[in-house]
Ligand binder design. Structure first.
Ligand code: MV4
Length: 646
């Protein structure tokens, strides 16, 4: 076994690998960019080396710099994690040349699965089921058209060099085919520098079911059941589970054996995932991911195995510790991915400092690479944590997930916690009724309707009262409203454009509160509040001018209008569109002097490999444009300013 390894990654996966290395007595070397100088993975590793500036291209993707650190530190092997260099066949080759072990599959296996058309041709030969389609060399438009007609509509055109859903086009009739083909080829050449496409019969409501495979260098290969990752939004997984709900053991075995055949066909070694789509009891190979995946913990939960330990053992030359017959499945597991993003703003990554972060370590396995006080930047994936629950059966694991999500407290960035909780509470989800259109069919899951519970109003009021009850009461003089009763207090709070005018009188250890014709006796307790004798777990935080009440995974922000400065005269007039994160301007679709309407797209920004549409916050006339296509802009740069219309 290795004595020292380098982890060429960051965040939760770097922390995850360090945990197992430590368990096995292996020393760890971390690498980090400028943005990660104080990151958790740096703190956990035995040694850490700075490798470059914040952009991944100049740090975590610098294979040469990373190999140089491996040499200097004496690391015998490199774990690439996922993303970054994990599926770079060139980096795997460079490791071999440098005499360092790449903890991953052979470069040839990465290459064989890298091209979608070539991989499918190989899979066909290996007897792995495919969706009826065409993945040949001949790319003449006439041939592609006749293949599409033969397959039968609807068909899906995919970029051969693509993957992960990029550059896909659905074609519903033969007449539409030529235009869609031309569009797909344009997209493929600009995204991948390769305009070859493949054509498949389009399945309308498939499930995404993937098999975890593992192979060693001694000719053994086995499968560790499956994960259902159907609940996705724009090809980003949201909640994964293992095993797949409703999958028969016969189908599990058939898919497992197909996945092992796929791995064997490319000489696979290490951890890999064979992705299938499943519809109506039929499964078909999609692609193979030649790395450990983000969602591996659900497989660990139901198998009781440590997949990173297996990776390290296999990479150091050991044989797989068990055989296929010895793989035992235990219960059911879920993983929810908690992201710093805003579902209401097209899932725009939400950058900022995690001023408060509580994750329910006591209720779930938490895999995270950040702690309270850390910053979510625009440079990397904005995942905050993975919340993994396990139970003897699906419904128990699901109820544990609901409880764990309700106990998450995140302040400082927007999160997808509401979406995660909505999915976990959905009756269709509870019934195991998952497919790739699950979120799309439920637009209400993306809405942020939050009812303001009286318990939270009382909690916010109690916080204000306790802050101002202390002897001198500095704010009492300012509120300009006093009755003769010295102990009668008034608290005005607003939340989501609603206002609450609360009167409070001391009562026992707490206060009698009254507002809008309702009343309660409320008292602060260690874990939250006691309202009319019932304790409610919640947290209240002061954030400058506002109070954040966190209960059941929902943040309610209360402000005290009295205490805010009067709105500035400029409020509501003029205005601007600012870059919400650093990025590159793709296009500016307005001109100076043009009238724009609220909601109209003004600028398209590319950041984090995504295009963001920046819209006008109000009607107005464009007064100035401070950016042009191609410009790199920083966080907060004013891109367009405009004058308000009368
Ligand atoms: C498909 C498909 C329907 N029919 N292929 C999307 C990503 C890539 N890995 C494969 N994808 C799909 N391929 C055929 N012939 C539907 C999808 C698909 C999808 C697949 C898995 C998970 C989520 C998805 C969301 C939309 C489309």
């Amino acid at each position: 076994m290795f004595r020292k390894i380098l982890i060429a990654n960051r965040g939760e996966i770097a922390c995850r690998v360090i945990r197992t290395a430590r368990k096995l007595g292996i020393a760890t070397v971390a690498v980090y960019s400028d943005a990660d100088a104080t990151a958790l993975h740096v703190a956990l590793a035995d040694q850490a080396y700075q490798i470059g500036p914040s952009p991944a291209r100049e740090s975590y993707l610098r294979g040469d710099a990373i190999l140089e650190i491996a040499r200097r530190s004496g690391a015998e092997a490199i774990h690439p994690g996922y993303g970054f260099l994990s599926e770079s066949a060139n980096f795997a080759d460079a490791c071999a040349e440098a005499g360092v072990i790449f903890i991953g599959p052979p470069a040839a296996a990465i290459r064989a699965m890298g091209g979608k058309s070539e991989a499918k041709a190989l899979m066909q030969k290996a007897g792995v089921p495919l969706v009826p389609g065409y993945h040949g060399e001949d790319q003449s438009p006439d041939l592609l058209q006749s293949e599409a007609d033969r397959i039968g509509y609807p068909v899906l055109i995919k970029a051969s060099a693509g993957g992960g859903g990029k550059g896909m086009r659905v074609v519903r009739t033969t007449a539409e085919f030529p235009a869609e083909l031309a569009g797909a080829k344009r997209e493929a050449i600009s995204s991948f520098g390769d305009d070859r496409v493949l054509i498949e019969r389009y399945l309308q409501h498939p499930r995404h079911v993937e098999i975890q495979v593992f192979a060693d260098a001694h000719g053994h290969c086995l499968y560790l059941a499956e994960r259902d990752c159907s609940v996705q939004r724009r090809h980003q997984k949201v909640i994964e589970e293992a095993p797949a709900p409703g999958l028969s053991s016969e189908m599990r075995r058939a898919m497992g054996e197909a996945a092992v055949a796929a791995a064997r066909a490319v000489g696979y070694v290490g951890a890999g995932t064979v992705e299938f789509i499943v519809e109506g009891g039929v499964f078909a190979f999609m692609e193979m991911n030649t790395r450990l995946q983000v969602e591996h913990p659900v497989t660990e939960a139901i198998t009781g195995l440590d997949l990173v330990e297996w990776q390290l053992r296999v990479a150091s030359g050991e044989a797989l510790p068990i055989t296929q017959d010895e793989v035992k499945l235990d219960g059911h597991a879920f993983e929810a991915r908690l992201y710093a993003e805003d579902p209401q703003r097209n899932f725009l990554p939400s950058v900022g400092r995690l001023s408060h972060l509580v994750l329910p370590e006591n209720l779930a396995r938490i895999d995270s690479g950040v702690r309270a006080g850390d910053e979510i930047t625009a440079y990397y994936d904005p995942m905050i944590a993975k919340i993994i629950t396990h139970g003897p059966d699906r419904i128990t694991a699901l109820h544990r997930l609901e409880q764990a999500l309700a106990a998450c407290e995140v302040v400082g960035v927007q999160t997808n916690l509401g979406l995660l909780r909505g999915i976990a509470a959905d009756p269709g989800f509870a019934a195991g009724d998952v497919e790739t259109g699950f979120i799309g069919a439920r637009p209400h899951l993306l809405e942020a309707v939050v009812t303001i519970d009286p318990v939270c109003i009382a909690a916010a009021a109690l916080a204000v009262l306790s802050e101002t009850t202390e002897s001198s009461d500095p704010w009492a003089a300012r509120d300009g409203w006093r009755l003769n009763l010295p102990n009668l207090r008034r608290v005005i709070l607003s939340c989501q454009a609603e206002s609450f005018d609360i009167t409070a009188t001391p009562s026992g250890h707490g206060w009698d509160l009254h507002w809008n014709g309702q009343g309660c006796v409320a008292e602060r307790v260690e874990t939250g509040v006691r309202i009319d004798g019932v304790r409610h777990r919640l947290s209240v935080l002061r954030q400058r001018e506002s109070l954040v009440v966190i209960r059941h995974g929902v943040n309610l922000v209360f402000t005290e209008p009295d205490r805010l400065a009067p709105p500035s005269a400029a409020h509501g007039a003029g205005g601007s569109v600012k870059a919400p994160i650093p990025g590159r301007v793709v296009s500016v679709s307005v001109a100076i002097g043009e009238s724009v309407m609220r909601g109209q797209t003004l600028v398209v920004l590319e950041a984090m490999k995504m295009e963001l549409a920046l819209v006008a916050p109000q009607d107005g006339i464009v007064a100035a444009i401070n950016a042009a296509a191609g410009d790199m802009v920083g966080d907060g740069t004013e891109l367009v300013t405009f004058a308000a219309e009368d």
